[in-house]
Design a protein around this ligand. Structure first.
Ligand code: COA
Length: 420
């Protein structure tokens, strides 16, 4: 893939999100207004929303989740953006990452100086069976969906292939969940912002309240191994290997680099962007890697003039736990087959040499699919500005990366951010 360089630098000067979770009675519009207000509050020197020139919004399927097929101008109107151009991008779970791509292109090309990028999804109004059906429409309708594949099913195939080739086990996946919930417990906006130990206490309290025998587990791993506490969803994946069904929204303010200091003295520069697409899962010859992620990563590294070893903080698309392990290999942090050992050695934990998903990742923070790729950037923004609170990484990281998958990995968007 030929390397392209920006004609004009792009900087992030504001980033915000709604809480992620289940919010009966709220619409995507309500959630996006919350995200927009949070983003607005994050712009150190303030800004006039009237100066925003373009809006790009990621949304997978408000049509199926909420019966609202056409969304961008409604969302734009909710935050006072009309009559500015407002365009929705749909690229399954990479819809948000794809909106960032368009926002970046608008500024890099000179079409606009100031762009609002957002993502939103409202999934929990539907029962899980219906959500599963809706998400499955992001698989191949001719060969996968009709054969009964669901998203947990598709990613279980990937996990099985990885385990078979490299020797990872179900315990590896449990350790991903353990690590991500450890991080998410420090994130007030996370849907399941709890450590596995907190889930244990909740189960025990609930049994006590109901007058039932109080379940006991020796430790967190014993809890995760227990099929009553952590049932199989799609073998070999269990409940705690799956990201949840979520509602949420996120918003970013991108501006031309030369204007960034009008908004903040601490801009975060978007220095690399890569996107690639690939074949459906049933047509792949290798299920232990996701080729679009490898290609999008290579493009972003080349554009940024950086390599995997330079990245100090990274949010990857852990829609399912083994996907996180594969992502760390696809991005070049570890050799093929070495990612699961690195995870088990604690190298991807907050105090490891390669911290991954300090926000809690999709597993703990939540996965409102159209918002997820934008939500990942919020964590990088906070970490690079030293504003991640209790989960702040030591040593002031200056280089961060986001990895956002769509469908069964048929698309991937990678962004690289730098604080200079
Ligand atoms: N991780 C941990 N706990 C979870 C959870 C998750 N992902 N999802 C739900 N729970 C908990 C709930 O809090 C609840 O706990 P309680 O009994 O103590 O109150 C319990 O599990 C049952 O919740 P419920 O909402 O009824 O679960 P469910 O069986 O309807 O859904 C999944 C569980 C795993 C099937 C669902 O979250 C799912 O489909 N996830 C994958 C979503 C997906 O495919 N996204 C796209 C990825 S590309």
């Amino acid at each position: 893939m030929a390397t392209k360089r920006f004609n004009r630098g792009v900087a992030l000067v504001g980033a915000g999100m709604s809480n992620f979770g289940a919010f009966p009675g709220k619409t995507t519009r309500d959630l996006f207004v919350e995200a927009f207000k949070d983003m607005r509050a994050s712009v150190d020197k303030g800004f006039d929303p009237k100066d925003i020139e373009e809006c790009y919004f990621g949304n997978y399927s408000s049509s199926q989740f909420e019966g609202q097929c056409f969304t961008a101008p409604f969302i734009a109107n909710a935050v006072g953006m009309n009559p500015k151009p407002a365009i929705r991008t749909e690229n399954a779970c990479a819809s948000g990452g794809s909106a960032i791509r368009l926002g970046w292109m608008a500024i890099a090309s000179g079409i606009a100086d100031m762009v609002l990028v957002g993502g939103y999804e409202k999934e929990t109004d539907q029962p899980t069976e219906k959500v599963t059906e809706i998400l499955a429409t992001a698989s191949d309708n001719l060969y996968e969906n009709v054969a009964g594949f669901t998203f947990p099913g598709l990613y279980a195939a990937l996990a099985t292939a990885y385990m078979d080739r490299y020797g990872a086990t179900g315990e590896t996946m449990m350790k991903v969940a353990l690590q991500n919930h450890e991080n998410g417990a420090l994130n007030a906006k996370a849907q399941f912002g709890k450590r596995i130990g907190d889930f244990i206490k909740m189960k025990q309290k609930s049994a006590e309240k109901k007058g039932k025998p109080i379940p006991q587990w020796d430790d967190e791993m014993a809890f995760l191994r227990d099929p009553r506490a952590n049932p199989v969803i799609s073998w070999p994946m269990r409940l705690f290997d799956c990201s949840p069904v979520s509602d949420g929204a996120a918003a970013l303010l991108l501006v031309a680099e030369d204007m960034a200091h009008n908004f903040t003295d601490k801009p975060v520069h978007l220095i690399g962007n890569g996107i690639a697409s690939g074949v459906p899962m049933h047509d792949r010859t290798d299920l232990t890697t996701i080729e679009p992620a490898v290609l999008a990563g290579q493009t972003a590294y080349e554009m940024a003039g950086k390599s995997p070893k330079d990245i100090q903080v990274c949010e990857v698309h852990d829609c399912f736990t083994m996907t996180q392990v594969i992502a760390t290999e696809d991005l070049g942090f570890f050799d093929p087959g070495a990612g699961w050992k690195a995870l088990e050695e604690g190298r991807t934990a907050r105090d490891g040499d390669r911290p991954i998903n300090t926000s809690g990742g999709l597993k703990s923070k939540g996965h409102p699919v159209g918002a997820s790729g934008v939500g990942q950037v919020i964590e990088i923004w906070k970490q690079l500005r030293g504003e991640a609170g209790e989960r702040q990484l030591p040593g002031e990281p200056t280089l961060g990366l986001t990895h956002n998958l769509g469908g069964s990995g048929q698309v991937c968007v990678v962004n690289i951010f730098e604080r200079r």
